[in-house]
Design a protein around this ligand. Structure first.
Ligand code: ADP
Ligand code: MG
Length: 606
């Protein structure tokens, strides 16, 4: 029998508030089947409730003095029908069947309360109610049920509340300025009611200025919290991660589970979490409710961090991207359209397309080929369709030709980099053909090239500050090791990305995973037409841009890289935050952080 369909519990219950209705409930590992037995039995029509839509299940407490059971979450009062009965309630957020006028698509809140009344004593009924609530909660939280995993039969009698962990405590940082400044209203409308319903306690801190959260993180007692959650865009998560890494006890601190509830204009990590859970693309409040549901589950996954060293020696710990050229320009230059939320990126994309710039630079990297299987490399070169030696070929095209990677969003990561994909040498032939790029606009005089308030973690050169060592990187002033690959020329963009998403509707690296100990180094060479670039960005919504076989697009998995801009002006971002312009280098530190993803690590969906 399939593990997901294995029956965990079965029982007959009444419905709260009505004596007549009776239901047969069957709980499997992935679903709750509800079949009505009376008043009208419906053999063929049963409600199947996937557990991934369930936020919480608990037995209802009985009021002191034997009164009515207390409904937590409000609204669904349960009349006392008989003294002996006990109750348990399920709090669910299934997707709406159709869009309701005036409200976001997304999910609706549904509470189902069942009456347990088969046993002659109230005590026995209460035990059954507790067993059901505990079993469902264990399945939601990924907790093994008694007997599970050791080959013996599931012991239902041993399913008691003692299996459950103590309620979690979360520290919430809310950035009231993120996105369209709706973070606080999202808290009131969705986040806090759901968190309370899931029996999670919290402290909410509304940030007052940039780097406020980063400062506060220095003095929190780690043992008081089960997670730090930000309600904002990726920028506030960047503060939290770097704040944790600035603590003297960073090794312990960075193990603190971090979560993100999207309220910003750039919600890449939230979109990656949503995608990883198997949910379809979502934006706005729909994405927020999906992520809150997953946050309440609490399951975590290791997440790679990338240590980025900028020209002054500052270190930044990054979880999303390093960008130069088009992507960084769109991000920073669209800041002034913040009031339109995520749409600012569409506006910015069109603006930057209109004045398409090219940037001269040198990109060096250590490909994962040094660790990856040569077998895979050989299968590329010997494939019937792929010519044996194809230098300067875009990875997407080469892979789709070999049939090793279809380019479909859920295809596994193309852990491929071999001699075939070496990009050394002069600019590509034909690169200049369309000639639409031009030098970037110089910055107005006096305008800082550094991000406001961008503190970084300063490391005196050559000295260990106790932070994780970048063992793959030579000092920035020395040449890269000879076994690194180098590509030099004019670029439209360079993007090192290590999440699937670059924005809520931009699946830039569909093959990325939270922890794969490598980053994906994507770049677009100059010479691409505006139309082709626009096509790439439009295809990115579904993550199919690599299938377009654009000859200017390249992507290689790498362990480390160095970017040396040769154009005097430009914008560099780390996780969407502007950093000082100049040479920078970076190295992956596999699985250093813990991200609350709501699903077991290394699985797609529940
Ligand atoms: P968005 O996705 O809308 O850009 P972010 O979470 O990225 O939202 O936040 C944008 C910037 O705001 C980040 O640089 C963050 O550090 C900063 N920030 C955090 N709290 C505040 C605050 N209270 N006031 C102003 N800026 C803040
Ligand atoms: Mg941001």
């Amino acid at each position: 029998m399939e593990a997901a369909s294995e029956v965990v519990l079965h029982g007959e219950f009444g419905a709260a508030g009505t004596r007549a209705a009776r239901y047969a409930l069957t709980l499997t590992r992935g679903e709750l089947h509800v079949q009505r037995l009376s008043p009208r039995p419906e053999d063929d029509r049963r409600l199947v409730l996937p557990l991934r839509h369930v936020l919480e299940c608990r037995p209802l407490a009985r009021a002191a003095g034997g009164g009515q059971p207390r409904e937590v979450g409000g609204g669904e009062g349960v009349p006392e029908e008989e003294e002996m009965a006990a109750h348990f309630a399920l709090y669910c957020y299934p997707p709406r069947k159709r869009k309701v006028m005036g409200s976001a698509r997304g999910r609706q809140r549904l509470v189902k309360t069942f009456r347990v009344d088969s046993a002659p004593s109230r005590q026995e009924n209460q035990a059954v109610a507790e067993r059901w609530a505990t079993a469902i909660k264990c399945l939601l939280l990924g907790i093994q049920l008694p007997g599970e995993g050791d080959g013996s039969y599931l012991s239902t009698a041993a399913i008691t509340a003692s299996l459950l962990p103590k309620p979690r405590r979360l520290l919430l940082f809310v950035n009231p300025r993120s996105g369209r400044s709706l973070a606080m209203s999202y808290c009131e409308k969705h986040i806090l009611p759901m968190i309370l319903e899931a029996n999670i306690s919290y402290n909410l801190i509304c940030t007052e200025y940039q780097n406020h959260a980063r400062e506060l993180i220095q003095s929190i007692e780690l043992c008081e919290w089960d997670g730090i959650v930000i309600v904002s865009g990726d920028g506030l998560l960047y503060e939290v991660i770097n704040g944790l890494m600035e603590r003297p006890d960073w090794e312990k601190a960075i193990e603190m589970p971090v979560g993100i509830l999207p309220a910003g204009s750039g919600n890449a990590v939230a979109a990656a979490i949503n995608h990883n859970a198997g949910y379809g693309m979502a934006m706005g409040e729909e994405l927020l409710v999906n992520c809150t549901l997953l946050l309440c589950r609490g399951l975590t996954s290791p997440m790679d961090l990338v240590s980025v060293t900028t020209v002054s020696g500052r270190r930044h710990f990054s979880f999303l991207s390093v960008a130069w050229g088009f992507v960084a320009d769109v991000d920073i230059e669209s800041e002034r359209y913040r009031s339109v939320g995520a749409a600012r990126f569409s506006v910015g994309t069109l603006m930057c397309l209109a004045s398409l710039r090219r940037y001269r630079g040198r990109l060096s990297y250590l490909p994962t080929a040094f660790r990856a299987k040569r077998l895979l490399c050989r299968s590329v070169t010997t494939s019937a369709d792929a010519p044996p030696a194809a230098p300067h070929r875009p990875l997407g095209r080469a892979l789709s030709e070999t049939g090793l990677w279809s380019g479909a969003p859920d295809s596994p990561s193309p852990f491929l980099a071999c001699e075939n994909f070496s990009f050394e040498g002069p600019s590509l032939p034909g690169e200049e053909e369309e000639g639409e790029g031009r030098e970037p606009h110089p910055r107005p005089e006096g305008e800082s090239q550094e991000a406001g308030g961008d503190a970084g973690c300063r490391t005196p050169s050559g000295e260990s500050s106790g932070l994780p060592e970048d063992t793959l990187l030579p000092p920035l002033e020395q040449p890269v090791p000879p076994h690194w690959e180098t590509v030099e020329g004019d670029f439209v963009l360079v993007l090192a990305i290590y999440q699937t998403h670059l924005g809520a509707d931009l699946m830039a690296a569909p093959f990325a995973r939270f922890s794969e100990h490598c980053l994906h180094l994507c770049y677009v060479r100059a010479g691409i037409s505006r139309r082709a670039l626009l096509r790439l960005f439009l295809a990115m919504e579904k993550g199919t841009h690599f299938s377009l076989e654009c000859p200017h697009l390249f992507c290689v998995p790498a362990l480390a890289f160095r970017l040396e801009p040769l154009s005097p002006h430009g914008i560099l971002t780390v996780d969407g935050e502007q950093v000082e312009y100049g040479p920078l280098q970076a190295q992956v530190h596999g699985g250093m952080a813990r991200l609350i993803t709501g699903v077991p690590a290394n699985t797609n969906g529940l």
